[in-house]
Design a protein around this ligand. Sequence first.
Ligand code: GYE
Length: 327
Amino acid sequence: MMRRFCSVLLCIAMILSLAGCRKEAEAEPTDDSRFVIGFSQVGSESDWRIANTKSMTETFSNDPRYKFVMENARQKQENQFASVRRFILDGVDLILIAPTIEEGWQTVLQEVHDAGIPVIIMDRSVAVWDDNLFLTNIGSDFLGQGKKAADWLNKETKGDDQVNILHLQGTIGATAQIMRTKALEDAVAEHDNWVVTEQLYGDFTEAKAYEVMTEFLRTNTDIDVLYSENDNMTFGAMRAFDEAGITYGKGGQVKIITFDATKEALQYCMDGKIDLCVECNPLFGPQIKDLIAQYRKGEEIPKHVYVDEKVFTSADLDQALIDAREY
Ligand code: GYE
């Protein structure tokens, strides 16, 4: 009798607790109504990238209409393929990709296409023969950035004898590297007195750039210009120059050209340590959100969207501008 009474009590308790659970579940917003975005980010190699990740997460994670799932590929394309395939299995509503390098995307993008999931390519580009595999490609005009740098150098070195340029390259095969390199090489071909004395591989990171620069400077110090494809590599190079006793910036031996124009680089530029900062804007989360909204309304969206950018020398800078800089 007592056993029976206990099991009745247990049953009542279970029913009550189940009811409680259901009530809680009902109180939570259901995931079904949210638009799910899977985002494969390149990595966290630079200050630019950190700012870009922040812009993306702030834009989408604070908006209850979206569920934003980001995976960091740690600069490896195969990690990106794995993420994208996971997103397909999870049945996300849209996939965002910041591709590490341009080549190699055809197969996996075809898989996404076959699954009926729209794709937006951001920051860098993909080299695929079928443009229908993505809705749009939003990012910088990297060739334009390189041309602005070359134009500046052209003015700075007018009438000089030989100009020895040391070229620090980012991740080989990434659009930012391909186009910034192309702009330099095109300009060198137009100048009899410009010589690229060496191309060093810095993978867009400060640590790698410091390592290769330190090694290089042991035997080569005849450098007039450093053309560095991002700010973090520039910081590594500056450290190597300091240790080798080579001066740079205003009144120094080496003119420094750098890409991104992050807050730290702008500060160096204002202080006369960097000669030219070419802007590369990472804050395009809100613009991507607008594009997605347009797409969801069935509106036509442009195949390529470029973000606005400029260049800075110390003459263009003051402390208030730098302090207000978001990245
Ligand atoms: O310049 C660099 C980053 O693709 C624009 O990648 C991006 C580049 C940026 O790591 O700092």
